[in-house]
Ligand binder design. Sequence first.
Ligand code: NAD
Length: 262
Amino acid sequence: DSKRFGGKVTLVTGAAGNIGLATARRLAASGSAIALLDLAGEKLDAAVHTVAAAGVTARGYGCDVTDAANVQTIVDQVVADFGQIDFLFNNAGYQGAFAPVQDYPVEDFARVMSINVCGAFHVLRAVSRHMVARRFGRIVNTASMAGVGGPPNMAAYGASKFAIVGLTQTASKDLAPYNIRVNAISPAFMGPGFMWDRQVELQARVGSQYFSTDPKVVAEQMINSVPMRRYGDIKEIPGVVEFLLGDDSSYMTGVNLPIAGG
Ligand code: NAD
């Protein structure tokens, strides 16, 4: 195949979501076959359909990443179906509640950790075992700028994304001997869309000293904190992931690249 990722196989998690689907489409356009993992449902089926339209093999795998045994079974199934996994975009995630730490709901904290940290670990573990055996692999984990500076009212999400940055660093060291590179991306405010609206609404509702109680003003406050004075477009993410998966980043591992407008 003449395309740069022709003959490659990529596993994308959170593949039915905004960032996962946009990235899956981009990698498919570059010739990679795509295994799309997300919670089972119509959204996943539609995503598979969209990616297959690029003319590559695309298959959907309904899987809850919090279930380690299920993740192992699914990863084995992907390897059986495609023969290999060259690239992993480990991206499934959940934003959690918005509340100051003293009021943060205990069950939601556990849920965020279970999806964002344990889930990412389960996928990373199962896929890297396969990659170690092949002595080849490129992995990109989705962290967040919330994992670089802890934003107010997001105790669980911030902690979970700091954990992803740490997991990326350790995995990069453990896997370097096997020709496996592991990097992270950290998007900041991306919009428009559900995640943007949700965080603007919920930060306003908390009523903390950091944000107005008016969602319109919160949106301005957030954008004014960005040097480039705008939120990022989802389209500004896939190319960075492609760079980290491809050979242009051949001497990079363990880094966390901000996609944050400064
Ligand atoms: P999204 O909600 O559109 O996509 C997330 C996907 O993960 C969804 O399709 C969801 O079904 C899936 N998912 C959730 N829990 C799962 C589970 N237990 N098992 C399997 N799949 C599960 O959001 P997005 O913006 O595309 O987010 C993708 C990643 O980017 C997340 O890790 C998120 O934390 C991160 N991120 C997003 C932003 C942003 O502003 N959009 C900023 C920084 C980081």
